[in-house]
Design a protein around this ligand. Structure first.
Ligand code: NAI
Ligand code: MG
Length: 367
């Protein structure tokens, strides 16, 4: 049956970049006979304006049923003074929570044409293609007990608790091994087993899942601090990195800067496999709604387009078509096309959001 896709464009530049993704989706339908059953709905401030909540129950129900959700961005100054319970971000949080998206994928991929944008030397990042898998629903950001309270000596203390169960570790490990099988077949697991009990358990369970279910994937372990160092020293040694919520937060931000602009970074959040074997999935650019450039045709649509490429690869088993789309992006960049965010200090003449989308479609046509 035709795979289904729910598009939630959201606020600010969300709808602008999503318009370009629609051109790409239409192209795959027309030229590659790869049709999607696409529906659209509201999220964030756009949903609040209509429903009084940042995600309507019907939208939530739809998200649970489709094969993949593609989200633009939420938020904006218009909604800054809303009550916390109906803030645009709560729409996104509700999706992540109710879909139980425990595996957050942040690729760090460097297109040669943009290697000068990296904070690192060109030869360290040229051709880089790694994936950080961050556990997203447990760990120290959620563990109990937590809070600020007065302790026995009358002093206030702030408390957070790192807590991981065997099953929470095992399921994100499986997610990482599954990804590795479709990529470079290599996983590096990062924790601090030298100083944390949760790290000892993490290492043990990742090793167990490997030995019992994925013996053919190459597995290594690294302390997370050393991992941060290695990410900056020689990132190309990695394929898939799997790590907990806290370390993943830090390491994925470090990895993001290996490759340059926020306008280029896609992401995915995956949950448990559904009946059809596909994981629950939400794909979205890392960037927000960029109110400073919204409505001006300046937004870079590539982060959202590459998020759709991830959907092709990880939800729809279309790795070759994902490669085709990534190559088309690489081609327009190599041809020198740049949206404003990709211009160096020396300047130049940037292309608009829609011109960038059209150029990628043209590159697909030529592929
Ligand atoms: P932001 O990511 O929206 O923007 C940061 C800077 O990067 C801005 O200068 C913006 O113009 C630029 N930028 C971002 N995406 C770009 C693109 N595709 N092309 C060109 N330039 C781009 O983060 P900011 O400014 O902190 O937040 C703005 C709003 O977005 C807030 O309401 C925030 O809560 C929300 N937000 C939403 C997220 C989401 O929907 N997942 C994530 C981050 C922020
Ligand atoms: Mg962060």
């Amino acid at each position: 049956s035709t795979p289904s896709l729910l598009i939630l464009a959201g606020d600010g530049i969300g709808p602008e970049v999503m318009t370009e993704v629609r051109k790409i989706i239409d192209w795959f339908g027309a030229k590659r006979d790869l049709a999607f059953d696409v529906s659209e709905d509201l999220v964030g401030g756009a949903a609040y304006d209509v429903h009084g909540v940042p995600l309507a129950d019907e939208t939530m129900a739809k998200a649970q049923e489709v094969d993949a959700v593609l989200l633009g961005a939420v938020g904006g100054p218009k909604y800054d003074d809303l009550d916390f319970s109906v803030k645009p971000e709560r729409g996104l949080l509700r999706l992540r929570k109710e879909m139980d998206l425990y595996s957050n994928l942040r690729p760090a991929q460097c297109f040669d044409a943009l290697a000068d944008f990296s904070s690192l030397k060109k030869d360290v990042v040229a051709g880089l293609d790694i994936m950080i898998v961050r556990e997203l629903t447990s760990g120290i950001y959620f563990g109990e007990p937590r809070g600020i309270s007065v302790n026995a000596s009358g002093e206030r203390e702030g408390v957070n608790t790192q807590r991981y169960t065997e099953s929470e570790i095992a399921r994100v490990a499986r997610s990482a091994f599954e990804l590795a099988k479709r990529r470079g077949n290599k996983v590096c697991s990062m924790e601090k087993a030298n100083v944390m009990e949760s790290g000892i358990l993490w290492r043990e369970i990742v090793q167990k899942v490997h030995d019992e279910e994925y013996p053919d994937v190459e597995l290594s372990h690294m302390y997370a601090d050393a991992g941060g160092m290695q990410l900056c020293r020689w990132p190309k040694q990695f394929d898939v990195i799997v790590t907990d919520n806290l370390f993943g937060d830090l390491l994925s931000d470090v990895a993001a800067m290996l490759t340059g602009s926020l306008g280029m970074l896609p992401s995915a959040s995956l949950g448990a496999p559904m009946e059809n074997g596909r994981p629950k999935a939400l794909y979205e650019p890392v960037h927000g709604s960029a109110p400073d450039i919204a409505g001006q045709g300046k937004a870079n649509p590539i982060a959202c387009i590459l998020s759709f490429a991830m959907a092709l690869r990880y939800s729809f088993d279309q790795g070759a078509e994902a490669d085709r789309l990534e190559k088309a992006v690489e081609k327009v960049l190599a041809d020198g096309l740049r949206t404003a965010d990709l211009m160096g200090p020396e300047g130049g003449s940037p292309v608009s959001t829609s011109a960038m989308g059209d150029a990628i479609v043209a590159a697909l046509d030529a592929s």
